[in-house]
Ligand binder design. Structure first.
Ligand code: FE2
Length: 237
């Protein structure tokens, strides 16, 4: 069974699932594709709402979905996909946005060239000590920034997640495999939003990676568990 670290299947809370029915269809697909656990990570923008407002809405969306959950569905943990903003460095209560009671925060970088100022801002978040940073879909920033700048970010004390869908596309697969080979990727996410936008379950990504790195799925599973249990991570490939 796989762990999916990034998804927007909670109904009507962000640009993800538009209804309970759609959430159920997404969870059906995850269950059919051996997803044993999934983190619900709705978008959080610190300039648009308070952390407590966000958590109230997210938990309410989960409660609406709960009566429709089936026994075969992945175990659900709640989290957030937090868009980087310089204000986060001093934002109070950031740890409330972490994944399922752990210290791990899924951080989305802005879609611009990564400057030293932004990278230093992430370093300051890491230095806060109350959260640990898991950078969301690291391969996507290569549309805006160089591999050199991305590596500078990933050489901080952070972990990296990539999207399964990026592995299924010729244009992004090469960069994903390079980032994996360089040891910057610990876990995968589906980043599932809607059933009609070509999102794929994490299994599709693992199947592709394992043709080259055959123990990666096992590695990601162990590290995924270590993240959820807030324990030390294993060595990277
Ligand atoms: Fe996302």
């Amino acid at each position: 069974m796989y762990i999916d670290f990034h998804s927007h299947f909670l109904p009507q809370i962000d640009d993800g699932s538009r209804s309970i029915e759609e959430s159920v269809k997404i969870l059906d697909i995850m269950a059919e594709n051996k997803t044993g656990a999934v983190i619900a990570t709705p978008h959080f923008y610190c300039n648009e709402q308070s952390i407590d407002e966000f958590i109230g809405k997210r938990n309410a969306a989960y409660e609406r979905l709960k009566p429709h959950l089936k026994p075969e569905y992945p175990k659900i943990e709640l989290g957030a996909e937090v868009l980087y903003d310089a204000a986060l460095v001093r934002h109070e209560g950031l740890s409330k946005l972490c994944i399922g009671g752990t210290k791990w925060l899924l951080l989305e970088m802005p879609y611009v060239q990564l400057t030293d100022r932004i990278i230093n801002g992430v370093a300051e978040i890491v230095d806060r000590g109350d959260v640990k940073v898991l950078v969301a879909h690291i391969e996507r920033y290569l549309n805006f920034t160089s591999m050199k700048e991305l590596k500078k970010l990933m050489q901080l004390d952070v972990l990296g997640q990539i999207n399964a869908k990026s592995l299924t596309k010729f244009s992004s697969k090469r960069n994903c495999m390079k980032l994996i080979g360089d040891g910057f990727v610990q876990v995968l996410g589906s980043d599932y939003h809607r059933i009609d936008r070509g999102d794929v379950p994490v299994k599709d990504g693992f199947d592709i990676i394992c043709k080259k790195y055959n123990d990666f799925a096992e590695f990601a599973k162990r590290n995924g568990r270590a993240i959820l249990d807030d324990e030390e991570l294993y060595d990277i490939i």
